[in-house]
Structure formats: structure tokens, C-alpha cells
Design a binder for this molecule. Structure first.
Ligand SMILES: Nc1nc2c(ncn2[C@@H]2O[C@H](COP(=O)(O)OP(=O)(O)O)[C@@H](O)[C@H]2O)c(=O)[nH]1
Ligand SMILES: [Mg+2]
Length: 453
């Protein structure tokens, strides 16, 4: 996510950080690079201008004689302003109403509305323990209703029946009655894609909105479409009282301009971000985390949360302590990691979140595909404890023994050791940066800027 923008920012910061003193010229150079990076990321010119004005203003206020690290102070300011631009904090869904709380999703065609209905349903069911029903009012696109039905069934969510022969108005009227009668906490309503210039379709969504009186009306934005989609959200907002946006396909968005500018241009926050095609690929949008991701630190905080969520907390803590102390990372740890990785949706999703160079991460990802995980664990299981702690002792005869024990080839073992070495190097780099716990402190609290320097 946001790889390209992140690369640019990392470069700019590397030069800023190097300055012992900040001269006007240093600031000018930094701001010029920042401007280019933002424009390349598809941030609208008006936003770039106002963003840079604020940074320049605050930069001139830095007392250079007092600040020991003016370059870092400037970086801190940029981070704070990025967070601010995106809306400071996560804005959660408001479901505080007489049930069913209705969530209406709207947006352009292909934005990801139907997929997001299911994702939201899974989120509310699993994280907030809500009794959720889904219903589709998309009678226009053939198969659209069925698409939602399938997604609902796959995710064991309740689906309220609707048909292409009915009018969308009738569908939502009946859906609302059924949801009330069956005591659902939340009713998520899918709608057909439309353009804001299509008066007839906009009239329709307005009347669906009147009937449903939703507590959340969310505009779904395809981040790949960039500024056009964001402008569409602003136009919809003039016709419908939107309560927020959901940004989809962030996983395929290297530029990141949409994430930065939606709040500024539409005046409404991004509440969630879609990060893949599967029903669990939805995260609450958190400006601080996105900023730290863009600034090249990787989304360490959400990685830790995920590890805690899906694996043994103690193991995760032990590992992070070990790494932060800079102790060597051995094959036992590697195995633990492999197991955790497979329960967390694969290696690439983890590497995405680690603050390591993309090239390095890419390298590992291509050498280690998820289907190999079980094999790797089997190989490590066939090693003695001594071998796991000190893999250097694994010579030819040991390899032979391990390969027959795990039912694998010698090449497999060589490959594993190679991968392990790479991982170990990455972990060392990680710990050189100050370790997980230091990063967490920076992101979470003691440093309100959210920037761990
Ligand atoms: N990679 C990725 N694809 C997504 C995401 N959300 C939706 N999609 C894909 O986008 C396409 C259109 O989604 P759909 O929900 O049918 O859009 P709708 O027309 O707005 O209802 C489908 O192929 C989805 O799998 C996302 O967050 N990431
Ligand atoms: Mg749809």
C-alpha cells in the first residue's frame, strides 16, 4: 500500500534528517521535494498548496538555535500535518439508534460497494458482536443481488431476500420491516452504482434514503480512481447527507493521494479502508497509522495488533522483546513466525507492514510462497534443539538426517536456511531501528506526534 509515495517520503526525510542546521534553503529544498511527491501521489493542487503553506509557516516558527535537531523537528511537523489532513483520529461508525441501525452504501459503479457490504457485516458481527442483515437494492446490474447473497452465505451473515422485479423503494421498505421484526441490530443496504449527474438515479437514492433514514450513509470510493472519485463523493454529499467514506482497493494503490485528500475535499472522514478482495480485508481508517505507513515505517502498530488478535499474545510479546533487545533470531523463532504468518493470511500481508525496504521484502516474498509454509515447519521440526538455536552447525550429514526425517530434499533445507538468513538480517535491521517496543511507544502514546524519533 502507498509504496511509491512512501519511497518518495523516505528519501526526502533521509536528507532532512541529515541536516544539523536548517537553513532557509534546506527548508525550500525539502518543501519542493514534498510538493513533487504529493503531486505525483495524485493529491489535488489546491490541497498541496494549503498543506505546504502550513508546513512553511510552522517551519519558520522553529527556533533553529534552540532545536538540536531541526531536520527532525520539520519531519515531525510534516507527520502531524499529514495526520491532521486525514482527519486526526479514526471516526468509528455510529450505530447509536433504535435498532435496526441502517447503513446505506452508495457510490459509482465498480467502486466495491457490494464487497464492502459483506466486509462491514463481518466486521460488525465479529468485532462488535452485532446481529447483522444484508439486503441489496441493486435491481439494475444483472446478478448484483445474487452477488450479495453469495457473499452473505459465505460469511454466515443473514441475507434478506430481494428480487430484480421489485422496485428498489419496495425492497428497502420491506427490508426495513423484516429487519425490525427479526430484531436485527444492523441492516446494511447495498445500492446500484450511479453517477451524480444522473438525475433520475440520484432521485432514487434520495428516496431510498428517505425511506430508510440511515444513521450511516457511506460513499464508497475506489482509490485507484483518485480525484474523480473523490469529487464524486463531494457531489453526492450535496444531494445526500453522507456521514463518511470508505476507501477501497488501497492494497493496489501505490500513490496514496486518495487516502490523503478525501477528508479535505469532501469534508467527511474515511471510516474504513478496504485492503483486499476478501471479506476480512477491511480496517478502520486510522490517520496516524496511515501517516506512519506513508512515512516509511510500515504499519507496525496494526501488525502487532493482528499478531495479538490471531496468535498467542505471550509468544508475540516474547518475540518482540527478544527482537527489541537485539538478541539473535533463531530457527525456533523463525518457525514461530512461519506459523503465525500462516494464521495471518500469508507472508506478503505481513511483509507489507514491516518497516523494511520494499526490495528486501519483495525478495523474501518471492522466495517464500504461502503453500510452502507447512513444509518449512516440518523441516524445522526435524532438527535438534541445538541445530535450531545455532543453525550454523547444520552440515552435510545433519542435512541428510533432517531431509529424511521431514520427507524433503536437501535442496529444500538449503533453501530454508537461505530464507532464514535473510529473515535474520531483516530482523537485525528491525532491532537496529530501536526495536518494536520503541516504535510502539512512538506510535501509541508518550510522543503525541506519533513519530518515533
Ligand atoms: N483489491 C481489492 N479489490 C476490491 C476491494 N474492494 C472491492 N474490490 C473488487 O472490486 C470489484 C468490484 O467490486 P463490487 O463490490 O462488485 O463493486 P460495486 O459495483 O461497487 O458493488 C470486485 O472485483 C471486487 O473484488 C479491495 O479493497 N481491494
Ligand atoms: Mg454492486
Amino acid at each position: 500500500m502507498f509504496d511509491r509515495m512512501s519511497e518518495k517520503f523516505t528519501g526526502i526525510f533521509a536528507s532532512l534528517r541529515g541536516y544539523g542546521r536548517l537553513s532557509e534553503k534546506n527548508i525550500d529544498d525539502g518543501l519542493r521535494d514534498l510538493r513533487i511527491a504529493l503531486l505525483e501521489a495524485d493529491v489535488a493542487l489546491s490541497v498541496v498548496r494549503s498543506f505546504l503553506d502550513i508546513i512553511r509557516q510552522r517551519a519558520t516558527d522553529i527556533d533553529i538555535s534552540k532545536s538540536l535537531t531541526p531536520g527532525q523537528t520539520l519531519i515531525k511537523i510534516i507527520n502531524e500535518e499529514l495526520v491532521d489532513l486525514m482527519g486526526k483520529h479514526n471516526e468509528p461508525l455510529n450505530l447509536n439508534t433504535t435498532p435496526p441501525a441502517v447503513i446505506l452504501l452508495t457510490g459509482l459503479q465498480g467502486a466495491g460497494k457490494t464487497t464492502t457490504c459483506a466486509k462491514l457485516g463481518v466486521h460488525l458481527k465479529e468485532k462488535e458482536n452485532k446481529k447483522v442483515a444484508l439486503i441489496s437494492s441493486d435491481t439494475y446490474r444483472p446478478g448484483a443481488i445474487r452477488q450479495l447473497e453469495i457473499l452473505a452465505k459465505e460469511n454466515e451473515l443473514s441475507w434478506l431476500e430481494s428480487n430484480e422485479s421489485e422496485t428498489p423503494e419496495d425492497i428497502v421498505k420491506n427490508g426495513l420491516v423484516t429487519a425490525k421484526r427479526q430484531l436485527f441490530d444492523v441492516l446494511i443496504v447495498d445500492s446500484a452504482g450511479r453517477l451524480h449527474i444522473d438525475d433520475e438515479m440520484m432521485g432514487e437514492i434520495k428516496s431510498l434514503h428517505n425511506i430508510l433514514n440511515p444513521i450511516e450513509t457511506l460513499f464508497v470510493i475506489d482509490s485507484m480512481m483518485g480525484q474523480d472519485a473523490i469529487n464524486a463523493s463531494a457531489s453526492f454529499n450535496k444531494i445526500l447527507p453522507l456521514t463518511g467514506n470508505i476507501l477501497t482497493k488501497a492494497d493496489s494503490d501505490a500513490r496514496g493521494g486518495a487516502a490523503l485528500t478525501v477528508k479535505y475535499i469532501t469534508g467527511k472522514p474515511i471510516k474504513f479502508i478496504g485492503v483486499g478482495e476478501k471479506s476480512r480485508d477491511l480496517s478502520p481508517f486510522n490517520p496516524e497509522r496511515v501517516a506512519s505507513q506513508i512515512l516509511g515505517m510500515g504499519d507496525v502498530l496494526s501488525l502487532i495488533e493482528e499478531v495479538e488478535d490471531k496468535t498467542n499474545k505471550e509468544e508475540a510479546l516474547k518475540l518482540s522483546k527478544k527482537i527489541s533487545k537485539g538478541k539473535s533470531f533463531n530457527l525456533e523463532d523463525f518457525k514461530e513466525q512461519l506459523k503465525q504468518m500462516s494464521s495471518m493470511g500469508g507472508i506478503s500481508s505481513i511483509l507489507d507492514k514491516l518497516p523494511v525496504g520494499k526490495n528486501q521484502a519483495g525478495n523474501i516474498a518471492t522466495h517464500l510462497n504461502d503453500s510452502e509454509l507447512t513444509k518449512l515447519v516440518a523441516i524445522i521440526d526435524s532438527m535438534t534443539r541445538k541445530e535450531r538455536v545455532d543453525p550454523k552447525i547444520i552440515n552435510g550429514s545433519r542435512k541428510k538426517r533432517i531431509s529424511s526425517g521431514s520427507g524433503t530434499q536437501i535442496q529444500d533445507i538449503n533453501k530454508l536456511l537461505k530464507q532464514f538468513n535473510r529473515m535474520q538480517k531483516m530482523m537485525k535491521k528491525f532491532s537496529n531501528k530501536g526495536g518494536l517496543s520503541k516504535m510502539l511507544r512512538g506510535v501509541k502514546g508518550s510522543n503525541p506526534s506519533g513519530f518515533p524519533f
